[in-house]
Design a binder for this molecule. Sequence first.
Ligand SMILES: [Zn+2]
Length: 386
Amino acid sequence: MARATGNVYLVKTSAGSVVIDTAAADQAAGARKMLDSVDHGPIKTIILTHGHADHIGGISIWSEPGTQIIAQRNYAEFVNYVKRLEGFFAVRNAVAFGRPVKPVGPWAGNFGAKIDPTTLFDQKYEFTLGGVKFELFSTPGETPDHLTVWMPAYKVAFIGDNYAGIGVEEPMSFPNLYAIRGTRPRPALDWIKSLDTVLALKPDIVLSGHGEPIFGNAEITRRLTRYRDAIQYVHDEVVKGMNAGKDVFTLMQQIKLPERFDLSQSFGKVSWSVRGIYDGYAGWFDTNPANMYEVPATSIYPDLVKLAGGSEPIVRLGLQKLAAGGAVEALHLSDVVLADNPRDAGALKLRISALEYLQERSKNYVESGWLDYGIANAKRNLAPAN
Ligand SMILES: [Zn+2]
C-alpha cells in the first residue's frame, strides 16, 4: 500500500499484480516509486474503486500494454459528468481543497471524457489471477460507480471511499451525503445497502481509499454499522419531516445526530446532508410561488437600502446581530447592502467580521475553506480600486 492523496494498493500474485486505485495525478509517480520496491512483476489488472480524481489520476503510471482496467459501469457517465462541467468545478474544487484554480481547456462536449477502463461491469465481476480470486461488487455510495473488491481467501475488502472520504481515523466524521463543492445527490439508501453488502462479507480487514486499514471483524462491524445507522437515522428523519410538511431550513435546524453514533462533523456536516437528501428527493421548488420565477429576492435588495435611507442602518443592524451571535443574519444583511454597492466599506467590514466569527467556531474543514474564500473576496473588494 502507498499512501498518497488516495491510497494505492498492490496485490502481488504468482502471475503478476493487481493495482487497486492509482492516486491523484500529481502523487501517482511517488506512489509507484514506493510500490516498485516490491518485485511485483507485470501489472495485469488495475481496478478503480470509483472515478474521483484522487483515485484515477495515476492510471497511465501503472498501465502496461494489455493491462485490464476494471470499473463499475456508472464510471463512464461519472467521469463524463465531471468533464462536462470541468469549468464549473475548477473554481469550486480549488476552494474546497485549498488549491490554485486549474486552467481548463475548451469544452470537450457532453461525452468528452477519456474512458480508460477496458472492462465495465454492472452488479458483479469475478476473476482469478495466479490462483487468487477477486470478486468485485457494485456498491454505490459516495459516487454512483463505487465498487468493492473482495478477496475471499484473505477476507479483505477494499471499499474505496464509502467509509470515510478522508480517512478512517477516529473520531470518524459523518459522511458528505452532499458535498457543497457541487455534487449530484448521493442516495442515502443506496449507500446504506452498500455498507450492508460489505458487512455481509464478514471481512477481517477493510482497506479504505484514504487512511489506515481497519483490522478485525468485530471492530469493522462496530464501525461500519455505526456509520450506516447514522446515515439511516438522518435519512429517515428527513423523510419523516418532509411528510410532516416541514421546510428544509427547519429540518436543517432540528435534525441532530444522537450522541450514541459518536461521529464528528469534521468532513460531512449533518445539516448539509439534510438539505442534500431533501433537495435530492424534491429538487429546488419550495412551494413559495414567488420562487417559481426568474426574479430572485436579491433583486429588491437595492430598494431596501434606499428605503432604509442608505446602508448605514443596515450595517448597524448587522453589527447588533453579530454581537448577539447572529453571524449568519449579519452575513445576510451585508448581502442586502452589497447588492446595492459591492464596495460598501461598512458592509464589507461587517461581512469579514461575521465570516471570521464563523471561522473561529468552525469544526468542519470544508466549511472552513469556504469561509476563507469569502473572507479573501471581501478583503479584495475592500482594497482601494487601482
Ligand atoms: Zn477519495
